[in-house]
Design a protein around this ligand. Sequence first.
Ligand SMILES: Cc1ncc(COP(=O)(O)O)c(C=O)c1O
Length: 357
Amino acid sequence: MPDLGMFPRSAWRRVYETTLTGMVDAVLDYGDPTGAPRLRAELASYLGRVRGARVEAGAVVVTTGAAQGFAVLAAALRASGASTIGFEEPGSYGVRGHLESHGLKLVPVPVDGDGLDVAALERTGAPAVFVTPAHQFPSGVVLAPARRAALVEWARRTGGLIVEDDYDAEFRYDRDPVGCLQGVAPDAVAYIGSVSKALAPALRLGWLAVPEKWREAVVERKAWADLGGPVLEQLAFAELLAGGGYDRHLRRTRLEHRRRRDALVAALRLHLPGLRISGVAAGLHLVVELPDDVDDEALAERARAAGLGPLPLSRMRLTGGGPPGLVIGYAANPPGELETAVSVLAALVAASHAPRR
Ligand SMILES: Cc1ncc(COP(=O)(O)O)c(C=O)c1O
């Protein structure tokens, strides 16, 4: 979760007012179900500039969040005869729910220190795969260059579809983020993003760009889903992008997230020395690996009772079990709160070791 208190209220008020003042009445009619043309143009340019995406304005589909991107893609895949999709193991518990609820069976594909194991994907025979290449959720690893090349090669050779969720790519703290996979293989990648981690989930604003051969099916499903998303929000966001307000907001939040991540890492090193923190310095969360004898579900439950909200790593695996860990979000809390939370967590971890026999 982002810090909802950091939502740029003044900037949003200005762009919303500009939108309401300047728009013609026809804007209030049913519009293009794939989104307001102005936002699609702004997004194509933003995604090219910031994420290295290669997408024409006409190929952008504005969605009501990444969630709708998953829904229309899953429906298009099902209509093409696909019933399975390769899924990162560990992977996002939330995304798994979306894809399963739209009728796809998820096939686990292991993630190691280089990201998704492409050879293992090949062995599953799945016709599509869900990936988070820039910052894998939850492990935080970046898909290594050789794996990126292998994944694209797999897609081109088999006709498989790569579903790229670029969910928190604006937030990398140690260097510039790697460009999106879509930029190197627009013919093989369905690209999904949203403003949920950067502005607020409540805006329900996201985007989807798919290879040409999937376009008709996706656009048709988007149209039948809702005849298009809320246009005033789309135009206000276009205005924010055009005026540089989104970039400014990202710069501000990136600095603050980094401060919060550093504070969390320092508190973990102080109160829980010896536990490994996995993943690169990016995003809104990190993973702490726990000793093998700790039940992470039970620990997360006790943490919840103490007012904290870490998620157990084992819940992120389709096959269950595996090395225990905690997924900890840091973007929504200032450094002082993170430090206090870690001291509470450390006491719970100390009490969580299995009794010695
Ligand atoms: C990794 C990941 N990406 C995207 C989403 C959905 O985000 P949005 O608010 O854009 O629908 C979720 C949550 O379901 C998620 O876990």
